[in-house]
Write a protein that binds this ligand. Structure first.
Ligand code: DOR
Ligand code: ZN
Length: 342
């Protein structure tokens, strides 16, 4: 039977956690099937200034071990002066600012407690053309947190019409509807939210490696997200939210939130899009839409995916770290065709 192939130019992951130290050294090369990524700033302490952002970017470059990778670096939202924003904007790798409501997820204790206090910085960002990325969840009932945040997105979109606002890792039909209301809104969606529902996380035996924030929702939400991704929605982008945690912090009481998908995201997406007859839409979802929305020019990288199986290891380990990926121990139906170089 003839093999199916999909070739992608410079795929981008528009929402990636690379961490720091030994975990960074382990996961950076595992995340480099992509030509670049938007790197989240929720380190301990978070990345809140130009110098810290540049130093983190250099540590990532070192951890990549010579692999060319476009680092789209973010600051952690706080009140910034115009001068602070100018010095960040002067850095070629600066991309935008990620806003976390205080305490909403991993390492977000220093996030925003009062949305009203954000206005002066948001005005500056709008004037300076700095994108805003938002973890849009309330502190309400876990299944309703994203829905409860949507009015805040709406107000932001209306009050700051020139601000590019990205609704990160959307999980609901309601968020897709909001995307239609305002041209200055865009959104990322993860791999897991295209594939699983809350049933997969806690409907049978509890699956800590599928636990993330926002939590996976209902089947109708998953199906709507998948339809939107497969349809080539121009303001919907792939952002894996690949969020590695050490195995012992996932397989314990008080399990950390985050699904590690970076090393398998592209083969799994290729299988998903091909299965639904939408292979031709994958390029825009994993690169084209982001490049157009944000005027990006990632490093050139061409990768070919093919419907030959790929075995996912039980864990990835190095530098004393051990991380369990999504689909651990399973065989995916698509894989990356190795290049001549390796
Ligand atoms: O599940 C998550 N993990 N959601 C987030 O928003 C943060 C992330 C992390 O940093 O581990
Ligand atoms: Zn994230």
């Amino acid at each position: 039977m003839p093999r199916m192939e999909i070739t992608l130019d410079s795929p981008l992951d528009m929402h990636l956690h690379l961490r720091d130290g030994d975990m960074l050294r382990l996961v950076a090369p595992l995340s480099a099937d992509f030509a670049g990524a938007v790197i989240m700033p929720n380190l301990v302490p978070p990345v809140t200034g130009a110098a810290a952002l540049q130093a983190y970017s250099e540590r990532i470059d070192t951890a990549m071990g010579g692999i060319p990778f476009t680092r789209l670096m973010t600051l952690f939202f706080k009140s910034y002066s115009a001068a602070e924003l100018e010095s960040a904007r002067a850095l070629p790798e600066f991309f935008g600012i990620k806003l976390y409501p205080a305490g909403i997820t991993t390492n977000s204790e220093g996030g925003l407690a009062d949305m009203a206090a954000a206005a002066p910085t948001l005005h500056l960002m709008e004037d300076m053309g700095i994108p805003l990325l938002v973890h849009g969840e309330s502190h309400g009932f876990v299944m309703d947190r994203e829905a409860e945040f949507l009015p805040i997105y709406r107000r932001l979109a209306q009050r700051f019409p020139k601000l590019r606002i990205c609704m990160e890792h959307i999980t609901t039909t309601a968020a897709l509807h909001l995307l239609e209301e305002h041209e200055n809104l865009c959104a990322t969606v993860t791999l897991q939210h295209l594939l699983i529902t809350l049933d997969d996380v806690v409907g049978g035996s509890m699956q800590p490696h599928l636990f993330c924030k926002p939590i996976a929702k209902r089947e109708e939400d998953r199906a709507a997200l998948l339809r939107a991704a497969l349809s080539g929605h121009p303001r919907l982008m792939f952002g894996s939210d690949s969020a590695p945690h050490p195995q012992h912090k996932k397989e314990c009481c008080g399990c950390a939130a985050g699904v590690f998908t970076a090393p398998l995201a592209l083969p799994r997406l290729a299988a998903l899009f091909a299965e639904h007859g939408a292979a031709d839409k994958l390029q825009d979802f994993v690169s084209g839409n982001a490049c157009r929305l944000y005027h990006l020019h990632p490093v050139p990288r061409r990768i070919t995916l093919r419907d030959t199986p790929m075995r996912i290891p039980a864990a990835y380990r190095s530098y004393g770290q051990r991380v369990v990926p999504m689909h651990a121990g399973e065989t995916l139906s698509w894989s990356i065709v190795p290049t001549a170089a390796g």
